[in-house]
Design a protein around this ligand. Structure first.
Ligand code: MN
Length: 339
């Protein structure tokens, strides 16, 4: 690559992406495994835009590489789930593939091979750790969400905003900015949100679906896992760590899926005495999915990346094997070096 990434490069890459999207007979979309609202919402928004009336008819395939293929329950309110197909129906060698919110090719799960075989690969992402694995890279680490980059692409393609397009993008923006609370919430984010709301979508519905609902069993689980939270003031180079774990047994006792306990971190991270918060969630296969959050002085993205995970400075994750104590010990070691 001749010139390094920068604003000019981004505009240049967008022109290339548009040309590829216009020419392709079939466009294959993919987002990262265990998709969040930004990944799935951005992908569905672009799927809707590609199928808009007035565009040349193209086949549009949209999927993610999870086996079994299941849309996380809290995202089932997004319009366009019927546009999704399971990864085993994905073209073996896509002519044009577009990925959303995936910082590296392995984040595509079983669609990683398809991405490596694709003739052209457009990577749409905002992770600072992105490995630039595309033939075209629409990557802006300064963007609050992949949804911002997807909106740019949809605008540049001349597609008008519909409610279906806006719903996915708005969900991505709300999720990745923590309801417009985090520091990446720039004026441009609010301007984008205003345009999306202008289509008539209902912000209260998105907020309730993403944040403000849970089955009754969640209360019992919260009570148990918050009650065993540990505060370690000396950890993270003296900045403080608070952590807890949600075992498989906790989840089955309260009848909760892994997705349903995603928001435990949002309670734990409030702790004043700790810069870093971690929740270890045990998946059905026994591995620990660690969610890490920082208030800014500690780079949890670096700590998680060094253990094979990824994310941003203030929000990151990694999958670890062994006991919960083993997992937290490994993270504790990396956090000591990441501030
Ligand atoms: Mn994102």
């Amino acid at each position: 690559m001749g010139s390094g990434p920068g604003p000019g490069d981004l505009a240049n890459q967008r022109v290339k992406a548009l040309a590829l999207l216009d020419e392709a007979d079939e466009v294959c979309l993919a987002c990262h495994v265990r998709p969040d609202a930004d990944a799935l919402g951005s992908m569905l928004a672009v799927a809707h835009a590609l199928r808009a009336p007035g565009r040349r008819p193209q086949r549009v395939v949209a999927s993610f590489g999870d086996e079994p293929f299941e849309v996380p329950e809290i995202l089932r309110f997004l319009p366009g789930l019927s546009l999704l197909s399971p990864p085993d129906a994905y073209p073996h060698r896509p002519e044009l593939m577009v990925t959303f919110d995936a910082g590296s090719i392995d984040r595509l799960g079983i669609l990683a091979g398809h991405a490596s075989r694709a003739d052209q690969l457009i990577v749409v992402d905002h992770h600072v750790s992105n490995t630039r694995f595309g033939t075209v890279n629409l990557i802006d680490p300064g963007a609050a969400a992949t949804a911002m980059l997807a909106l740019d692409l949809i605008d540049a393609a001349g597609a008008g905003l519909t409610r279906d397009i806006a719903s996915g993008l708005y969900a991505g923006l709300v999720a990745d900015t923590g309801s417009f609370k985090y520091s990446a919430t720039t004026p441009a984010v609010h301007q984008a949100a205003a345009r999306l709301l202008g289509t008539g979508i209902e912000p209260g519905t998105v907020a309730r679906e993403l944040w403000d609902r849970a089955p009754f069993g969640y209360l019992g689980l919260l009570s148990a896992v918050l009650g065993r939270a540990v505060l370690e003031p000396a950890a993270a180079a003296g900045h403080g760590l608070v952590w807890t774990s949600v075992s498989h047994a906790d989840r089955s006792m309260h009848g909760l899926s892994l997705d349903a306990v995603e928001s435990v971190i949002d309670v734990v991270r409030r702790t004043d005495e700790a810069e870093v918060a971690i929740v270890l969630k045990q998946s059905d296969d026994g591995l620990w999915q660690a969610s890490a959050r920082s208030k800014g002085r500690v780079d949890v993205g670096r700590a998680c990346s060094s253990l094979g995970g990824g994310g941003h400075r203030n929000a990151a994750g990694v999958t670890l094997a062994g006991s919960a104590e083993d997992a937290i010990a490994r993270l504790r070691g990396r956090l000591a070096e990441s501030s």
